[in-house]
Design a protein around this ligand. Structure first.
Ligand code: GMT
Length: 375
């Protein structure tokens, strides 16, 4: 198939899933065209089946807000027509689903009926999409898509609850490439971070409010009083400063490192004993899956799609959002006993294997075929 992928090219989860999906499809022999405003973060190599079309935006002085949607729709029309695409797969509803609808209508004037698949990732529904300033467009464009997928059952339920959607929705979870994400023996690196055999706890995110990074610091503060530990905070975003300030207030800065954005996240996860994800909302939890693939158990909140990934008492534990005491208690339980910790580590990997790339990508391929046949 010739597939066009539209996504945010940044480090966000939806962009990562879209890019990894495109790479996997290209590996399976499909021709994949990324259409976006800059090179996707994980697309920094050459492959004969991968193409990148940059959306250039005209900076005319009249535009207080450069019309990205118009430029993207025009680019989609161009790429579909001249590359002969079979299907467009847009990731994150806003604005990609409505732009795809516009491109589809324009393409009809050229006698082309391009099938459009929309994947809803989470905040496009749970935070941003529900906003009244977006919801009519989100509802309309979901209903106009030829195929709709969500990354968890919970996100499907939320979509149906908050939007008047009469289109069918297929759940296709996030997936993981175990060739890249696996536990590598990095004892020397672990020694440098935890010279006195402390446990290593990791959090990775975009440090937005929804990630509750201050909860991470508070949980760690409680844990380290019982089990000597170090905390690695990976990523960056608006809440980083608050988390740093809180660490200073609690007097634990010597035990926490804020590493900022990192590409080789699997190297850091390889020295971790526990991953914390106390999010206020999380449609799937790709970062937790990446940790599990590297044999890292997860202590998380029980919001959104997290219970579909993290199995209570097996790969980790789940608590109510904001229940720092319970998350700290569960972390201590996992970390305090070596044999128990090793069991949780093995279980985490077992659970991650359920979401292996080779199991999930064919679900997308079959769905594309169904949608193309229907249109
Ligand atoms: O907020 C983020 O974590 C980024 C966001 C995105 O859309 O870029 O991630 C969402 O999509 C990921 C991939 O499908 C999911 O694994 C994340 O759970 C989801 N984030 C939230 O729902 C907060």
């Amino acid at each position: 198939m010739k597939i066009g992928i539209v996504c945010y090219p940044t480090f966000g989860g939806s962009g990562v899933v879209a890019t990894e999906l495109g790479k996997a499809l290209a590996n399976n022999g499909h021709q994949v065209h990324f259409i976006t405003y800059s090179q996707p973060a994980r697309l920094d190599f050459f492959s004969e089946n991968l193409f990148y079309h940059e959306v250039a935006i005209n900076q005319y002085p009249l535009f207080d807000f450069p019309p990205y949607e118009t430029a993207l729709a025009s680019k989609l029309v161009d790429v579909v027509r001249f590359e002969g695409l079979d299907l467009l797969h847009v990731h994150y509803a806003i604005p990609h689903a409505s732009v795809a609808f516009l491109a589809k209508q324009i393409l009809k004037t050229y006698g082309i009926n391009i099938p459009v698949v929309t994947t809803l990732h989470g905040t496009d529904i749970t935070l941003v999409g529900k906003d009244k300033s977006f919801s009519p467009v989100v509802t309309f464009s979901i209903n106009q898509s030829d195929g709709v997928t969500t990354v968890s059952e919970n996100l499907k339920e939320q979509t149906l609850e908050y939007f008047d959607v009469h289109n069918g929705i297929k759940v296709i979870p996030n997936f993981i490439d175990l060739q890249r994400f696996h536990n590598k023996n990095h004892e020397h690196f672990k020694k440098a971070i935890a010279p006195n055999h402390e446990r290593v706890i990791v959090h990775t995110s975009n440090f937005r409010k929804v990630k509750r990074v201050e909860d991470v610091v508070r949980i760690f503060h409680k844990v380290t009083q019982e089990v000597p530990s170090k905390l690695l905070m990976v990523g960056d975003g608006p809440e980083r400063r608050n988390a740093e300030e809180l660490a200073r207030e609690l007097g634990i800065t010597d035990s926490i490192r804020f590493l900022g954005k990192q590409d080789a996240i699997e190297e850091i996860l390889s020295i971790a004993d526990l991953f914390l994800m106390p999010s206020g909302s999380e449609s799937f939890g790709l970062a937790a899956l990446e940790a599990m693939a590297c044999k890292v158990p997860v202590v998380s909140s029980n919001t959104g799609g997290l219970p579909e990934l993290n199995k209570e008492g097996f790969s980790g534990f789940l608590s109510d959002v904001g229940d720092i005491d319970d998350m700290a208690k569960n972390s201590i339980y996992i970390l305090e006993d070596c044999q128990r910790l090793n069991e949780f580590k093995e279980n985490a990997l077992q659970r991650a294997k359920d979401f292996e790339l080779s199991k999930i990508v064919p679900i997308y391929e079959n769905f594309y075929s169904e949608v193309i046949e229907k249109v």
